[in-house]
Ligand binder design. Structure first.
Ligand SMILES: *Cc1c(COP(=O)(O)O)cnc(C)c1O
Length: 389
């Protein structure tokens, strides 16, 4: 399996000899400090004048955070990256760095619910309009783009798994001079490299696969040095959603096994998805790996997908009968998880009426973890049987 790693993966996941660790430690240290002191007035002044780059204060620059940022940039094939306290901090700081009142954003439909709520609350209050388009409909995208400031993509999306031709959409945006951002949390850089496909900025909820152990909430954005510098200048220091050194250290640990974990999630989720597709109780399965072909640029699939039951299934009973699949949001860790669509539809939080994120009331979202496909299929079968009765 190791041979299958790309050169960029090998470089970015490599152990620590390029990281100048004290004591030649193979794992980088957690530089758990708020501030860094100066040896002299001259050094302090030189740093403040910007003649020298060195850590001053952890909100601005921290060595452990920087190790994570460098690795993520290498994985995404980007010049630079910046870590954040959450995926939403990465998304909000990135979007807000490039828009002002009166601007229009074009976004694909079915984006992550809190990204949608950011657009529909804060951005609307700032008189920034967001127009939603079907990312499969390139004519509709081309029609919406002229005059827009930003094109916000998410592919695949995280409930109905809309999987777009990211390169084609990015080219359309470029032709109209529109800056592009993509949420790449589902595919990760292991299965999709949006920068190589022509996208300007890639955001992640690092709480999902990048961390990979359900023990950290974090985010990151990757892109050109100039774009990252813009985020650093316009929003990041003032919104202050910084990544903590300990969380960065957990992410560095998570990244070491990212390609191996993704290949395991891919194989077992495909196995479970094919099994569900053939099941009598199931109406449809939403998984990009079940399409005739993956969209250009998407080279593999992850562990998150959804399916829709036929009428006559007691979904709450199904959910309660699951043993291995636990009921819970988020995804990307070892454990398999289940979210019934009806629960999300019943959520009373912020503006989501009229925009159901593509969720069918009889749908169920699964995250296939690392417990093994056979055990997971047996768990689903027991629960489906009980829900039919
Ligand atoms: C979870 C998630 C986010 C938000 O990330 P947080 O780390 O929870 O702030 C953004 N996009 C997608 C697709 C997600 O699943």
């Amino acid at each position: 399996m190791t041979d299958a790693l790309t050169a960029a993966e090998r470089r970015s996941l490599a152990l620590a000899h390029d990281e100048h660790n004290p004591y030649e430690a193979v794992v980088p240290p957690i530089v758990q400090t708020s501030l860094f002191t100066f040896g002299s007035y001259a050094e302090m002044e030189e740093t403040y004048k910007g003649l020298k780059t060195r850590p001053t204060y952890t909100r601005g620059l921290n060595p452990t955070v920087r190790i994570f940022e460098d690795k993520l940039a290498a994985l995404e094939g980007a010049e630079d990256a910046m870590g954040f306290a959450s995926g939403m901090a990465a998304i909000s700081s990135t979007v807000l760095a490039f828009v002002e009142p009166g601007d229009r954003i074009v976004a694909v439909r079915h984006v992550y619910p809190d990204a949608y709520r950011l657009f529909e609350t804060l951005l609307r209050r700032m008189r920034i309009e967001v127009e939603y388009v079907d990312g499969h409909d390139e004519d509709a995208v081309a029609k919406a783009l002229p005059g827009a400031k930003l094109f916000y993509m998410e592919s695949p999306t995280s409930w109905v798994m809309d999987a777009h031709d990211v390169g084609a959409l990015a080219a359309l945006a470029k032709a109209h001079g529109v800056l592009t951002i993509i949420d790449n949390s589902w595919a990760t850089p292991v299965f999709q490299n949006p920068i190589a496909l022509g996208v300007d900025l890639v955001v992640h909820s690092a709480s999902k696969y990048l961390g990979g152990h359900s023990d950290v909430v974090a985010g990151v954005v990757a892109g050109s040095k100039a774009h990252i510098r813009e985020i650093r200048a316009q929003t990041y220091p003032y919104l202050g959603g910084k990544l903590s050194p300990f969380d960065a250290w957990l992410l560095v640990r998570g990244l070491r096994t990212l390609p191996l974990r993704m290949k395991a999630h891919e194989a077992d989720a495909l196995d479970v998805a094919h099994w569900l597709k053939a099941h009598d109780a199931v109406e449809s399965v939403q998984h990009p790996g079940l399409l005739n072909a993956l969209p250009a640029g998407l080279t593999g699939t992850s562990g998150l997908f959804s399916f829709t039951f036929k009428d006559g299934i007691d979904v709450p009973r199904f959910a309660d009968m699951l043993q291995l699949f636990q009921l819970g949001v988020s995804w990307g860790g070892h454990e398999s998880l289940c979210v019934p669509g009806q629960v999300v539809l019943s959520q009373n939080q912020g503006p989501n009426s009229g925009h159901a994120f593509g969720i069918h009331p009889r749908s169920v979202r699964l995250h296939v973890g690392l417990e093994g496909a056979n055990a997971l299929k047996a768990d689903l079968q027991t629960a489906i049987q009980a829900a039919l009765a």
